[in-house]
Design a protein around this ligand. Structure first.
Ligand SMILES: Cc1cc2nc3c(=O)[nH]c(=O)nc-3n(C[C@H](O)[C@H](O)[C@H](O)COP(=O)(O)OP(=O)(O)OC[C@H]3O[C@@H](n4cnc5c(N)ncnc54)[C@H](O)[C@@H]3O)c2cc1C
Length: 71
């Protein structure tokens, strides 16, 4: 079974931000556990509702938003 110093559950805004911050302050072994589904930048949903953005603009693959150095 894989073991890590820190495991963050959820690759939403909170999980991704927390993992990035931990790595910046020197944590060496941070992992994020997340379902295999796209990351949605939720604040932009307001703009989609207002016709100023599209769903594709707020959708990213989860892998692409995981900070470098994080499992
Ligand atoms: C329409 C809308 C507009 C918003 N506008 C703003 C704004 O303008 N400014 C602002 O600051 N905030 C805004 N917010 C709020 C902001 O988007 C949320 O506060 C923020 O996304 C919360 O982050 P989170 O990581 O807690 O949750 P989320 O971003 O929802 O992430 C939760 C993650 O956990 C994962 N997950 C769920 N269950 C499990 C499980 N069992 N195991 C592992 N992973 C799991 C999900 O897949 C998801 O990736 C808005 C929200 C909405 C809906």
């Amino acid at each position: 079974m894989a073991r890590h110093d820190v495991v963050v559950v959820g690759a939403g805004n909170a999980g991704v931000s927390l993992a990035a911050r931990l790595l910046r302050v020197g944590a060496k072994d941070v992992a994020i556990v997340s379902p295999d589904r796209p990351h949605l930048f939720r604040p932009l949903l307001n703009y989609v509702a207002g016709g100023q953005a599209t769903m594709s603009e707020l959708t990213r693959s989860t892998a692409s938003v995981i900070p470098a150095g994080c499992t």
